[in-house]
Design a protein around this ligand. Sequence first.
Ligand SMILES: NC(=O)C1=CN([C@@H]2O[C@H](COP(=O)(O)OP(=O)(O)OC[C@H]3O[C@@H](n4cnc5c(N)ncnc54)[C@H](O)[C@@H]3O)[C@@H](O)[C@H]2O)C=CC1
Ligand SMILES: O=C([O-])CC(=O)C(=O)O
Length: 311
Amino acid sequence: MKVTIVGAGNVGASCADVISYRGIASEVVLLDIKEGFAEGKAMDIMQCATTTGFNTQVSGVTNDYSKTANSDVVVITSGIPRKPGMTREELIGINAGIVKSVAENILKFSPNTIIVVVSNPMDTMTYLTLKATGLPKNRIIGMGGALDSSRFKYYLSKALNKPANDVQGMVIGGHGDTTMIPLTRLASYNGAPVANYLSQEELEKVAADTMVGGATLTGLLGTSAWYAPGASVAYLVDSILNNQNKMIACSVLLEGEYGQSDICLGVPCIIGKNGIEEIVDVKLNDAEKATFAKSADAVRAMNGDLKAVLA
Ligand SMILES: NC(=O)C1=CN([C@@H]2O[C@H](COP(=O)(O)OP(=O)(O)OC[C@H]3O[C@@H](n4cnc5c(N)ncnc54)[C@H](O)[C@@H]3O)[C@@H](O)[C@H]2O)C=CC1
Ligand SMILES: O=C([O-])CC(=O)C(=O)O
């Protein structure tokens, strides 16, 4: 199976590293516009093959889309990341043009591929990719919920003082500092509601920390995070290529689900060989439904800024 990653920067290269290390695909192509950059990242990763023991073939190219031909999955990680103090939404001006041209180039050589959109603002970039390519909704998947959910479980595990892998939880809604919806009511410690162990105040702090998880890391690192984002993309790609049918929160075109239409927003999805196999209804309560509607309003307003690039 072949995966192309467009944008060999922090997130793209980290994703290639996890995909090869875990043997998720037989071939990974990294593509970047910076001369020699993707080639260098690919060579560095390939020099781990004998010490970490993988057989994936990783190669790098400078803007040569012919080398990406017949990819089963293409990941878009090209574009600028935010700096401390910025929101993801502020990246739209530069990233919209990049994402649109990348999506068009990809399809020239991989007309049947599934596209995973990572560049920010991710929900709006997913919507843009869908509109610009006209692909069916199952083949355009926005990655954000997998990462936000892993951060949610991290903060829950710290509050519970229990291992993260014993914690279940999901974040839906927009992939933004104010639009994310950590579903604390449905989170559990090995099946028991986390509210059995954490106070309302503690749960609210976990949710608040999760929502600004990306901003916290951006403040610490000077640019946005890459290890967990790269691993989250690899987790999603694994479920597609190996038809695992995992339930993962992803940004997908909604057509009435969760009371929304004509918008890409994070909801629980079954992810398999066709991409989005199914959207799962987790039965939100009235308060969660109202929060989801507010999140949708904010993302829809941002999508309005795509008029020029989609014209
Ligand atoms: N959805 C999510 O959960 C996450 C999204 N992101 C987003 O992913 C994007 C990438 O982040 P980083 O890897 O940290 O940035 P980075 O700056 O390390 O890498 C971006 C790469 O894209 C390349 N690039 C720019 N224009 C291109 C084009 N037209 N064609 C091919 N390559 C091009 C650049 O040369 C650079 O190497 C950002 O927009 C960031 O906000 C980052 C983390 C998580
Ligand atoms: O915070 C950012 O800008 C990058 C991102 O989406 C994340 O790490 O969640």
